[in-house]
Design a protein around this ligand. Structure first.
Ligand code: NAX
Length: 332
């Protein structure tokens, strides 16, 4: 029997990530090749014409899984009955703007959209915040949508996770699908800590630790970390535009692994509401290694943390505390 369609909201749908993400969802990359979808697209009034153009293209592409498209600038209409919400829309930092001004704009956007989701989304709606500052936008969304379970509000660090897999694969000249269990700790910002202490690579003689194969701790603790942390800036420099196809693909990975589960003995990185695991202050939206079963993620427990990792994990937590304080100061 055909499955009922899942309603997927994409905010900022007329933007460049939206343009890459929407066809991926309609092709089944996010929820699988058997799952019909109805796309809900939200953008702001100045982007209404562009949004309509995207809707026309989605119709023209005749995706077999796509059972409907809602394109609107009305948040309540966009959120009506959605099962999954991918929050890509936000206010970008413009030249000369203070950090606080950008935060203030995003706090008001996420406060408003939290209420729209809370009042209109389907029960148990799962939310992924992509727009920057992603962790803190997700925290504000959580604050102002108290009836949505905190387990259902996440932010995206999967692109950073995938970038780390990509760097190891390039360095070892092995397929990226053979590398697993890297971790992104903390903020989706340049303080994030890409950690390969527990990562492995599939070889003809079984799984081997990345560090045993790379055999260059200086690189792993230096250039590798920096490259992943600065990859977004490198893409902007090269493309004159920020990452879009990799961000869209990673958003699909995030939701797919959350809803359909993570593979056996494999974890992924997700920004989730900290419960104090690994001595990270509770109440921060922090990226942890997680596994997922039956649509519920769980933080991987019991990983050994050495002194080098501890310092880096605390540093990015410190930045998130500051962002949280700044965001709350914008509310008062
Ligand atoms: P674009 O500027 O191309 O698109 C953003 C879209 O959001 C625009 O169409 C804009 O009109 C819309 N928008 C603005 N305010 C809105 C609101 N209140 N409601 C609905 N829509 C609204 O940016 P794009 O390159 O698509 O990036 C989108 C966001 O993703 C940015 O905040 C960016 O910083 C963030 N990123 C996050 C990443 C992550 O890993 N978490 C990686 C990629 C990306 O940099």
């Amino acid at each position: 029997m055909a499955k009922d369609p899942v309603r997927v909201l994409v905010t900022g749908a007329a933007g460049q990530i939206g343009y890459a993400l929407l066809p991926m969802i309609a092709r089944g990359i996010m929820l699988g090749p058997e799952q019909p979808v109805i796309l809900h697209m939200l953008d702001i009034p100045p982007a209404a014409d562009a949004l309509n153009g995207v809707k026309m293209e989605l119709v023209d592409a005749a995706f077999p899984l796509l059972k409907g498209v809602v394109a609107t600038t009305d948040a309540a209409e966009a959120c009506a009955g959605v099962n999954i919400a991918v929050m890509v829309g936000g206010f970008p930092r413009k030249e000369g703007m203070e950090r606080k001004d950008v935060m203030s704009k995003n706090v008001s956007i996420y406060k408003f959209q939290a209420s729209a989701l809370e009042s209109n989304a389907a029960p148990n709606c799962k939310v992924l915040v992509v727009a920057n500052p992603a962790n803190t936008n997700a925290l504000i969304l959580k604050e102002f949508a108290p009836s949505i379970s905190e387990k259902n509000i996440t932010c995206m660090t999967r692109l950073d996770h995938n970038r780390a897999l990509g760097q190891i694969s390039e360095r070892l000249n092995c397929p990226v699908s053979d590398v697993k269990n890297v971790i992104i700790w903390g903020n989706h910002s340049s303080t994030q800590y890409p950690d390969v202490s527990h990562a492995t690579v599939k070889t003809s003689s079984g799984e081997k630790p990345v560090s045993d194969l790379v055999k260059d701790n200086e690189w792993l603790k230096g250039e590798f970390i920096k490259t992943v942390q600065q990859r977004g800036a490198a893409i902007i420099k090269a493309r004159k535009l920020s990452s879009a196809l990799s961000a869209a693909s990673s958003a699909c990975d995030h939701i797919r692994n959350w809803v359909l589960g993570t593979p056996e003995n494999t974890w992924v990185s997700m920004g989730v509401y900290s419960n104090g695991s690994y001595e990270i202050p509770a109440g921060l939206m922090y990226s942890f290694p997680v596994t997922s079963r039956n649509g519920e993620w769980t933080i991987v427990q019991g990983l050994a943390i050495d002194e080098f990792s501890r310092k880096k994990m605390d540093l990015t937590a410190e930045e998130l505390k500051e962002e949280k304080a700044l965001a709350y100061s914008c509310l008062s």
